[in-house]
Design a protein around this ligand. Structure first.
Ligand code: DOR
Length: 430
């Protein structure tokens, strides 16, 4: 049997409120023991002194583009980029071509992931056929095929009646509905946050209220139906406030924030850099700070990358015409470690938001280093300084805002199901 000993790391396990120096022994596909001075004759030893050893990071929200847009990404390339970023599992959105709105497509994604991806892949199925917001998908059949959640992400379910029924069915299938909360009538074709920067650049603004109004509607519908709502990529103070109030009332809601919304503002768009174009857009300082506070206070439960690959020729258009999205698997950890460096989050609380909470929201195993748990583990050097060269990314796409940046903190090893799939010195190993 495969045996690996991770020796002498700082073992951070939010599921057990555990943060201390220890060894972790993996046997086969499971965690076999956690403790000091473990003996493991014949085991492969990974020295983790000075590193964090954590439950594998889990990304609730990404775009892998397969089937249909393999020139941007595929399940293999995306899975490798994820593993290189410390992610052991990722949930991929349904806006593929064809849309993942039927069991055969869900099945295809799972099958591809089994063969091609070092990270686990959890398909998020569409909530409505073709992401058109009109006819519900067959949620029961999709869950039976392996769908982990439901979302029309990239598009908004504008019809309140449809959203009501989707939320009602979320109870039946015990899976969250992930809302892309942008009221499209209020977005009004905006391509950047509405404010001083959009005025200065002469670009059409997407106002914060587009998100706030839609989050308000979905929270009320979640309250009414008792359905399980998850708010994707929260970007505004107004949305954070509404989610806080809803949680206080006992509404069944969780939320995520993307790394870019925690550290960047619309000022980053000032050079018309299309790699800064994302939906929802980078917002004001006040919004960014509210997102950070929301994450710290637990109003926002999780960090999700919204890794959204696009080809160079698509991004090399004028700002209004370029598609929104940025890649993020390999940079997310370094970016969000900023909250630990600033003292806003402890390492334990950061890992809770990157692993334990995402597992719970997706109703999947993970987020724990308990004995007997699947051996999905990230080994992280929080202090490693490195230069991100997007040309060397495992992703097929290059649309990162961080190209050339000096980053601090990096995954140095990633283990999935007891196998070492990534090592920072040797790269992807399978
Ligand atoms: O920036 C984004 N890109 N936001 C979305 O909601 C969709 C995504 C994509 O698919 O490219």
């Amino acid at each position: 049997m495969n045996r690996i000993l991770l020796r002498g790391g700082r073992v951070i396990d939010p599921s057990a409120e555990h943060d201390e120096i220890a060894d972790v022994l993996i046997e086969g596909e499971r965690i076999a023991a956690v403790g000091r001075g473990l003996r493991a004759d014949g085991a492969e030893v990974i020295e983790a002194d000075g590193f964090w050893v954590t439950p594998g990071l889990i990304d609730l929200h990404c775009h892998l583009r397969e089937p249909g847009q393999e020139y941007k990404e595929d399940i293999g390339s995306g899975g490798r980029a994820a593993a290189a970023g410390g992610f052991t599992a990722v949930a991929c959105m349904a806006n593929t071509h064809p849309v993942n709105d039927d069991p055969a497509t869900t099945d295809f994604i799972i099958d591809r992931a089994t063969h091609d991806s070092p990270a686990r892949v959890y398909p998020v199925a569409a909530a409505t056929k073709g992401l058109e917001g009109v006819v519900m998908t067959e949620m029961v059949a999709l869950v039976e095929a392996g769908a982990a959640a439901f979302s029309d992400d990239g598009k908004t379910i504008m019809d309140g009646g449809v959203m009501r029924h989707v939320l009602e069915y979320s109870r039946l299938v015990d899976a969250v509905v992930i809302t892309h909360a942008e009221d499209q009538t209020l977005v009004g074709g905006g391509v950047i946050n509405e404010g001083a920067v959009s005025t200065r650049l002469g670009l059409r603004g997407n106002p914060p209220i587009a998100e706030v109004v839609h989050v308000a509607r979905d929270l009320i519908l979640a309250e009414f139906t008792g359905g399980q709502l998850h708010v994707a990529h929260v970007s505004t103070k107004g949305a954070v406030d509404l989610i806080r109030q809803a949680k206080d009332r006992g509404v069944n809601v969780t939320a995520e924030v993307a790394p870019h919304h925690l550290v960047l503002t619309d000022e980053a768009t000032a050079e018309y850099n299309t790699n800064m174009k994302v939906a929802p857009p980078l917002r004001s300082e006040e919004d960014r700070d509210a997102c950070r506070r929301g994450l710290v206070e637990g109003v926002i439960d999780a960090i999700a990358t919204d890794h959204a690959p696009h080809a160079q020729h698509e991004k090399e258009l004028e700002f209004s015409a370029a598609p929104p999205g940025m890649i993020g698997f390999e940079t997310a950890l370094a970016v969000v470690l900023d909250l630990v460096r600033s003292g806003e989050l402890s390492p334990l609380e950061l890992i809770r938001r990157l692993s334990t909470h995402p597992a719970r929201i997706l109703r999947r195993a993970g987020g724990s280093l308990a004995v007997g748990a699947p051996a999905d583990v990230s080994v992280i050097d929080p202090a490693r300084s490195w230069i991100y060269d997007v040309a060397k990314s495992y992703s097929k796409s290059r649309n990162s805002p961080w190209d050339g940046a000096t980053l601090t903190g990096r995954a140095v090893a990633t283990l999935v199901n007891g196998r070492l799939v990534y090592d920072v010195e040797r790269g992807i190993l399978i």
